[in-house]
Design a protein around this ligand. Structure first.
Ligand SMILES: N=CN[C@@H](CCC(=O)O)C(=O)O
Length: 333
């Protein structure tokens, strides 16, 4: 089973729009030829793509997340290289090899009685690849920046990071949804509940949860696990204004940042962002940037995952890639 397609300069070149007198981000990033050689590279941040949408389909969502990685890469590699953007501290590692699973998913028909379960089996296979690659990055002492795919990939990120550190980790998730759904077949709505159940996720905070997208059963489950699972509501921050955005950041920080934690950001928490579950009401891209920038500076921050972007579903498809590029630059700058 191929885990990853490792990139070289040749893979990056077609994305870079060179211009005389300017240097682009993609002309300065580093490359490695194997996961093993990561530890010998001096750069800290490792860019990894997950071009899949099987988890979203298995959760009855709108497909399109498989395209976020390539779209984002086009924007990231054309960021201007200057004294503020820090491209030399980035390794462009490559992408999880999702080809086999994506092809098999295409052959599973919606009419199939076991449609969702069969897709869930393929998600399980991708979980394995993501966890192995993320574990290798973390064990090499690097900071993964993972882009794309559905939020099912939170499971592989958490598992891989936890195995890399040899202990459970915490996680703060900027999201309209908990993705703490039932432990049925694997899909984009239960990555965190599976990671929690299997002991890879210790404490979990959902930042800006929407009341309209959360079932009473999930509220009850979070209440039952309230020592370990907490949230604040989007409505309390932005509509009722019971707490400021800064207070909301501090609340999640106090809960999770005393130990290694992952930063998850679901693009569907951003208002009218092209994503698998576009929301008409949500945070701005600037809020998302503030969130990522704030937490990426924390000494216990251990990875960032920017997921669920689906360029073709957006009002303007190139905005998804540009938004992801801003978020990446907020992590590394
Ligand atoms: N990762 C997203 N999870 C959401 C999907 C919602 C939707 O597609 O409408 C969830 O399961 O609730």
């Amino acid at each position: 089973m191929n885990l990853i397609k490792i990139y070289s300069e040749k893979d990056a070149a077609p994305y870079i729009n060179k211009r005389v007198g300017e240097t682009k981000f993609g002309e300065k990033v580093g490359f490695v030829d194997s996961l093993e050689s990561l530890k010998n590279h001096s750069s800290n941040y490792v860019l990894l793509g997950i071009p899949e949408e099987i988890g979203v389909r298995a959760n009855y969502g709108n497909p399109g997340t498989s395209k976020a990685w390539n779209t984002a890469l086009g924007s990231i590699l054309n960021i201007q290289h200057n004294h503020l953007t820090n491209a030399e501290n980035v390794i462009l590692l490559g992408e999880i090899d999702c080809d086999t699973q994506m092809k098999q998913a295409e052959n599973i028909l919606k009419a199939d009685k076991h449609y969702a379960e069969k897709l869930g089996e393929l998600v399980f296979q991708i979980d394995h690849k993501v966890a192995e690659v993320v574990k290798a990055i973390v064990a090499a002492g690097k900071f993964p920046i993972i882009i794309g795919g559905g939020h099912n990939n939170s499971y592989g990120n958490i598992k891989g990071t936890s195995e890399g550190f040899k202990k459970p980790i915490n996680c703060i998730n900027f999201d309209a949804h908990t993705d703490f759904r039932a432990l049925e077949h694997r899909h984009s709505g239960n990555g965190f509940s599976y990671a929690f159940e299997e002991g890879f996720l210790s404490k979990y905070f959902i930042f800006g949860l929407h009341r309209n997208y959360t079932s009473e059963a999930v509220f009850a489950l979070m209440k039952k696990n309230s020592e370990k699972v907490k949230f604040n509501l989007f409505e309390d921050i932005t509509i009722n204004q019971n707490k400021s955005f800064s207070e909301a950041l501090a609340e999640s920080e106090n809960f999770c940042s005393n130990d290694n934690f992952g930063i998850e950001l679901d693009m569907d928490a951003i208002e009218i962002m092209g994503s698998s579950a576009i929301t008409p009401s949500g945070f701005s891209v600037t809020h998302a940037r503030q969130f990522v920038s704030y937490f990426a500076k924390n000494k216990n921050a251990s990875y960032v995952h920017l997921c669920e972007g689906a360029p073709s579903t957006g009002v303007a498809s190139n905005q998804v890639g540009k938004a992801i590029a801003y978020l990446v630059s907020d992590v590394i700058s």
